[in-house]
Write a protein that binds this ligand. Sequence first.
Ligand code: ADP
Ligand code: MG
Length: 434
Amino acid sequence: MLMQLGVTARLLMGAGLALAAILLALLAPPAWAVLTALPAVAILAWALHGHHRDEVLWRDREAELKDSARHADEMIAAIPSGLIGLDRQGRVCRWNEGATRILGMGRGGIVGRHVREWPVAGQRELAARLADALAGRTISRGSLEVTRTDGHIIPLGISTSQLCCENGTASGAVAVFQDLTEVNRIRDRMKQQERLAAVGTLAASIAHEIRNPLASIAGSVEMLAGELDLQGELGELLALILKESDRLNDLIDNFLEFTRDRRPQVAAFAPARLLEEVMTALRQRGEAGSALELALDAAAAPARLEADAAMLKQVFLNLLINAGQAMDWRGRITVTLREVEEAGVRWTDFVVRDGGPGVPPEERPHLFEPFFTTRARGTGLGLAIAHRIAEQHGGSLELLAEPDAGAAFRFRLPTLAAGHCVNESPCPAESPVG
Ligand SMILES: Nc1ncnc2c1ncn2[C@@H]1O[C@H](COP(=O)(O)OP(=O)(O)O)[C@@H](O)[C@H]1O
Ligand SMILES: [Mg+2]
């Protein structure tokens, strides 16, 4: 604007000077006329040239201004936050894509209207914060709730500013806001996990406290049973006490195993031998009895496996006990042990297959959740523990899809623990073993 005035002034001044020179030339005697006409032409030429140059400059500036205004608009449109601007009269003059997405309302129904005429009742608090900002009452990090046009109530994080004042009056106001739904969800989940962790620690310490007196009770009852040699009903009662204390002990062991965050102690061993040891231990347990047949197929087994042997024993015991329970301790359980190579990684697979009823589809998604059990006396920790041990070794535990009756669980581990990769094969990803 100023520049345009400058251009016009220069043109007027040039034209004025030229006019004066022409008048002089006309009034002066002819001999002088040439002398006075020359400056008139020069002045006019100077004024015209200057005018042309200024006009080019002015057009350049105008293009530059338009360019930077477009750039500012693009930036405002691109920010993921919602942005709403008011002009000095309090009318909505800016509304970006973020505002449309967060509030579920397009700019059409609101831009140009006064902030007091906000069309959605559930968003009036946002409108009030904008009106406040225009009056100088701004917020730097506030929060409020708005109802989207689809009826969803969402939490907003908001900050508002007043645009610079001219003679004490604001030239506008702006609000920038974000949808905090996801942030709040993550915060709540973390809080819940913290609470669960606290409960877990408490439960683990109670379990520890129970274990010692329980061992004394069980030991004493066992001695009494030996000494008294009770028969009949009394004998049955003593046997019941022993059986139930065993069960309680198992539960506490499992629970402590589950809550303990022990890192695997990795060493190399022969996996087939370890499996045989576990099977022997199971055969010696009363329930397994003679009606259960345990078969091991280790023809394609690797000679060595790097893992925490004690943890693996626990896994196989859990899987074999589950299989035995599913078959009512009658029938055949096969354990297949073999090494496979996939994506350049050598894996050792243990598949425990039973002839029980299998796992119904609706239970499958919950199998590895802690405390999921369908057995009246179950703890629901056996598979959860086995699953965690697999993950701690960079492996996996899965229920295989079996066409026939029965269940087959595949426990898979990298044959070589992380950091021991050979033959330039890539190490298995994410193995916490170390
Ligand atoms: N071999 C299997 N056949 C059928 N169902 C199984 C088998 N193994 C586990 N399950 C199911 O998974 C549930 C959870 O097993 P687990 O975590 O070992 O806990 P628990 O044995 O204490 O119930 C069992 O209650 C059972 O419903
Ligand atoms: Mg179990």
